[in-house]
Design a protein around this ligand. Structure first.
Ligand SMILES: [Zn+2]
Ligand SMILES: [Zn+2]
Length: 341
């Protein structure tokens, strides 16, 4: 097995591009959160460009796109935007690229349906189901009381309207782009029906948020599907990708730096979740709420900015232990209390 290594020590600065492989340009768009960037890849199709992922919808990211399309990407039309998964940092500007530049959107059916549904579902106040979900999850009470009076995060705050119509991609499809044939392989757990693309002609993988170096992808449970078990889906996906991954593979991820060592990284991702599950189980020898499980799970204190995602990830690991019959849960005053069997 090879070590994880990064041929590019530096990422491109805002508005700059780096050619990471023959005919593939890499650039970054900023995100207004702790994880402060997303990677975008532009593939030269000869008569135009395909871009993989689109960035979040802000005035700043649209201005950066305009600069790129009239700068390093000028001279050829933007033909396609291929979106790996429905999260706002990836699909946020896809609809705008469709509408303003005539690009086609290629993505999985679940990504498109989920993004379009959430983009249209604007809520001025927290829906009752969300209030009940976050209470049950054990959100810290003072934070909970404050948050429920604030306008909730809406998908449409970060995602441009998606026009009708897209091109569906599915497991096993072979797509031509950037002078190569790519096979689509679907992952789950971080986002339902997340597309990854594996080159049939060289060693490249466009891995999205399914295989990222250095940071673990959020596995979250949300009010839309409170009883989901994304940890099982994630572990299954990692195991399947590990069967396919080789030391020669060069991954172009959705965040952080392009890297070699995909088998090594997949092994780490699997081991990390098994470690987290074991620590969490030890912590539940006395009953705990979800909000009381951060330290064993994350091995550090969680700040307010990351509280929501941390709680979603905690519920995911608790649900996983529940389905594995390793914990039970009891509802008291609308809050789940979890304990080891
Ligand atoms: Zn994501
Ligand atoms: Zn992402």
């Amino acid at each position: 097995m090879t070590e994880i290594r990064f041929p590019h020590e530096q990422h491109p600065e805002t508005g700059e591009v780096i050619e990471v492989a023959d005919g593939i340009l890499w650039f970054r768009l900023p995100l207004p959160m702790a994880l402060d960037h997303v990677n975008i890849y532009a593939l030269d199709d000869g008569d135009g460009w395909t871009v993989v992922d689109a960035g979040i919808n802000t005035n700043k990211t649209r201005a950066i796109w305009e600069g790129l399309l009239t700068g390093p990407l000028s001279g050829k039309p933007l033909l396609r935007v291929l979106v790996t998964h429905y999260h706002p940092d990836h699909i946020g500007l896809a609809g705008w690229l469709q509408t303003a530049y005539g690009a086609e959107l290629w993505t999985t059916r679940t990504s498109w349906l989920q993004a379009r549904m959430l983009q249209l579902d604007e809520q001025p106040v927290w829906p009752d189901e969300a209030v009940a979900f976050y209470r049950a999850a054990g959100m810290e009470p003072s934070l909970f009381e404050r948050r429920r009076t604030e306008r909730p995060f809406n998908f449409s705050d970060a995602v441009a309207p998606l026009p009708l119509g897209y091109h569906r991609i599915s497991e096993g499809d072979v797509i031509r782009m950037g002078g190569r044939r790519w096979r689509v392989h679907i992952g789950n757990g971080h986002a339902p029906e997340h597309a990854t693309l594996w080159s049939l002609d060289d060693n490249l993988i466009l891995s999205g948020d399914q295989i990222i170096p250095g940071i673990s992808s959020n596995l979250g449970v949300f009010p839309t599907e409170p009883n989901a078990d994304p940890v099982t889906e994630w572990l299954d996906s990692c195991a399947r990708f590990l069967d396919m991954a080789e030391g020669r593979h060069f991954a172009l991820p959705g965040h952080k730096l392009p890297f070699y060592g995909v088998p090594e990284r997949l092994t780490q991702l699997i081991d990390n979740h098994h470690g987290a599950l074991a620590r969490l189980l030890d912590h539940l020898t006395t009953p705990k709420t979800g909000g009381e499980c951060f330290l064993p799970l994350f091995k550090r204190e969680i700040g307010e900015g990351e509280y929501g995602l941390a709680l979603a990830e905690t519920v995911a690991h608790l649900n996983h232990l529940l389905y594995a019959d390793k914990v039970t849960r009891e509802m008291r005053d609308g809050v789940w209390h979890w304990s080891r069997v």
